[in-house]
Design a protein around this ligand. Structure first.
Ligand SMILES: C[S@@+](CC[C@H](N)C(=O)[O-])C[C@H]1O[C@@H](n2cnc3c(N)ncnc32)[C@H](O)[C@@H]1O
Length: 177
């Protein structure tokens, strides 16, 4: 069997070619489990993890545990693509310094900080944000956890400045000191 691709925090968005995972059962889920306990997949057996607007729903310690788990699941050189709100953008947005194309600017900024709380995304409890990331803080966290080649996606899907969209890799071989 070849390497697997995981879509974690899929909500109701199903991606073909990926195992679609969420902590809630939805019409898109292949597996329902916590993002930090994906036990049906062996360590080192995943070529790509894609997670869009999920990490900010975790307390910071849980986010660290989750990212460590994902690092373990990835094969050498495996890709992590993680998208979260860009808190620097939303801070500037609420001050009127930048604008998005998302209608009401105050509402979009508030949603960036605290979550849309939309029923389709899990409602008020499930959709609350528990932490926020700047490019600097998330690049530093991923680097500290052993990811390499951490880069912001500046073109294509979710490259708008309110999406902090980062690509990273697991190291190609064990780190030798
Ligand atoms: C805002 S929705 C994002 C949905 C979709 N990825 C998107 O970009 O529109 C966040 C999703 O993450 C899921 N989620 C939150 N905490 C989770 C966890 N610890 N493990 C797995 N999924 C989680 C929620 O159930 C929800 O479906």
């Amino acid at each position: 069997m070849g390497l697997l691709k995981l879509h974690i925090g899929c909500a109701s968005k199903r991606l073909d070619g990926y195992i679609n995972i969420d902590s809630r059962q939805t019409n898109a889920t292949d597996h329902v489990c916590d993002a930090a306990a994906i036990t049906f997949v062996s360590a080192g057996s995943v070529s790509e993890i894609y997670s869009r607007h999920m990490l900010e729903h975790l307390d910071p310690n849980d986010a660290m545990t989750t990212l460590k788990h994902w690092h373990d699941l990835l094969a050498p050189s495996g890709i992590l693509n993680v998208v979260v709100p860009d808190i620097t953008f939303h801070a500037q947005q609420i001050l009127g310094l930048v604008q998005s194309s998302m209608g009401d600017q105050t509402l979009h900024a508030m949603a960036g900080f605290w979550g849309w709380r939309d029923e389709t995304r899990g409602g008020s409890k499930e959709d609350a944000h528990r932490w926020g990331y700047t490019e600097t803080s998330l690049v530093r966290l991923l680097t500290e956890l052993g990811f390499t080649d951490v880069q912001r996606v500046l073109e294509g899907v979710d490259s708008e400045p309110w999406h902090l969209n980062l690509m990273a890799r697991r190291q190609s071989s064990p780190h030798v000191n």
